[in-house]
Ligand binder design. Structure first.
Ligand SMILES: Cc1ncc(COP(=O)(O)O)c(C=O)c1O
Length: 441
């Protein structure tokens, strides 16, 4: 279509108050919000509340939440049990520069679940946890270089620059120089890159499933090769399970048959509040002990704050083996319905993912997605259109086509979401056929 897209016009028509508020906020907030990915064209929704599986915008539209703050809200929005746990502790204080039983209880739950965990250290975010894990690895090995997967995401830490193809102008050259990048799920490339660093390599840092990189699961072979390679080179294997801890009680590493030296955690373990953690064996994390003469200093005013600890304990209690299996099977059914809707729409593309996390990739270049680079073949214009079409259908998901399910989505909700995805894809297919809508990536 030459001219204005019908999908886009409909989005603009139903979100007038969001636009008005977002413009007002932009006067004081960069892009009107607080994180890069919360912006999308033509303007983001202003979400005013969330309850269970539904979020509401400033125009009183409601949406099924298939984003769940990028996997953190595994039990949906404002889950009563989590909110009660948070409220109960708030009455007795929120954080002290002192040890607390809730921190020890939370850590004991992580130790019970994650292989190789003897002790835990808390941070305020997944980013900080990744930073801390790298510092511990450097201290433990006396080496500087860190290797990560292309399009692996570990938060905003300079030392693990988010997108290796475009070095952030804010990252010092010297820091970027300490990073090596290899292709995800490509053992030969990983071996080549890591062996080149050789005895300078402190750690290999990997997500067991590329989350931001397109919900691409690591293969068991690749993950085991990473484990063997780290051992061969005397480096640590750091696995980032900030998102993937929701996929198995012991993390996705257990499913893939590997054990990390250090596991980085965040998101769901805070029960909806800010959190990060590094879990691992005592002989490594003791590098943080102030009683060691050569310790790595680790500060943080709100580390292990009691609200996150209390809500996080409740979130994990409600996420046992059976519940994770139910969550995953709901996600898998929705992913498979999405794939058939994609085929029916006639649009090119694919669906990747594992359990409760999946990504729809639209574009002629994304027939198979095995690596992070494969996922960059998405047709940006069609993805943007699909995202708006999906919002018009009352489904809130990521602009890049990422979805994740929560435990509070019922089978009926999932069927409604599935219908919304199908209609959104059909609308995009129709609009792109009728038009000369640009489809370049
Ligand atoms: C795999 C992974 N690691 C680390 C982070 C950073 O966590 P945070 O946003 O809490 O700093 C994220 C955030 O999305 C993530 O997905």
């Amino acid at each position: 279509m030459n001219g204005v897209s019908g999908i886009r016009r409909r989005y603009v028509d139903r979100t007038a108050r969001s636009l008005e508020l977002w413009r007002e906020f932009s006067d004081i907030l960069v892009d009107g919000n607080t994180r890069s990915l919360a912006f999308y064209e033509p303007h983001p929704l202003v979400i005013v509340s969330g309850r269970g599986a539904v979020v509401s915008d400033a125009d009183d539209n409601t949406y099924f939440d298939l984003l769940n703050n990028y996997t953190a809200l595994v039990h949906g929005n404002a889950h009563p049990a989590l909110m009660e746990a948070a409220a109960a502790v708030m009455g007795t204080g929120t954080v002290f520069p002192a040890p607390h039983a809730l921190q020890a209880r939370h850590a004991a739950m992580l130790r019970e679940r994650i292989a190789g965990t003897e002790v835990v250290r808390y941070t305020n975010s997944g980013t900080e946890a990744a930073m801390l894990a790298v510092r511990v690895a450097r201290a433990a090995t006396g080496r500087d270089i860190v290797a990560k997967a292309r399009f692996g995401y570990h938060g905003g830490f300079d030392g693990l620059v988010p997108n290796s193809e475009r070095i952030d102008p804010g990252v010092p050259r010297a820091t970027a120089d300490l990073l090596r990048v290899f292709e995800f799920n490509d053992s030969a490339d990983m071996k080549r890159v890591c062996r080149e660093a050789g005895s300078d390599l402190a750690a290999i840092v990997l997500e067991p499933l590329l989350g931001s990189g397109g919900a691409v699961p690591g293969t068991a072979t690749f993950m085991r090769d990473a484990r063997a390679l780290a051992d061969e080179l005397g480096a640590l294997l750091i696995l980032d399970e900030v998102q993937t801890f929701r996929l198995d009680p012991a993390g996705l590493q257990a499913v893939l048959g590997v054990t990390a030296d250090l596991t980085v955690l965040g998101k769901l373990i805070g029960g909806g509040f800010p959190v990060g953690a590094v879990a691992g064996p005592r002989h490594l994390l003791d590098a943080l002990s102030i009683r060691s003469p050569q310790h790595v200093n680790h500060a943080g005013t709100f580390n292990g704050n009691l609200v996150s600890m209390a809500a996080g304990i409740r979130a994990m209690e409600l996420l046992g083996t059976g519940e994770i299996a139910r969550l995953n099977s709901g996600g898998e059914a929705l992913a498979s319905a999405t794939k058939s809707a994609l085929v029916s729409s006639g649009l090119p593309g694919t669906v990747t993912g594992f359990g409760s996390m999946f990504n729809l990739h639209i574009g002629a270049e994304v027939g198979t997605v095995r690596t992070g680079s494969d996922a960059t073949g998405q047709d940006t214009a069609l993805m943007e259109l699909f995202h708006l079409a999906l919002l018009n259908e009352g489904v809130f998901a990521a602009p890049r086509g990422f979805f994740n399910t929560s435990t509070v989505l019922s089978d009926e909700d999932l069927a409604t979401v599935s219908g919304g995805i199908r209609r959104a894809l059909a609308a995009v297919a129709e609009e792109s056929q009728r038009s000369s809508y640009p489809t370049g990536g």
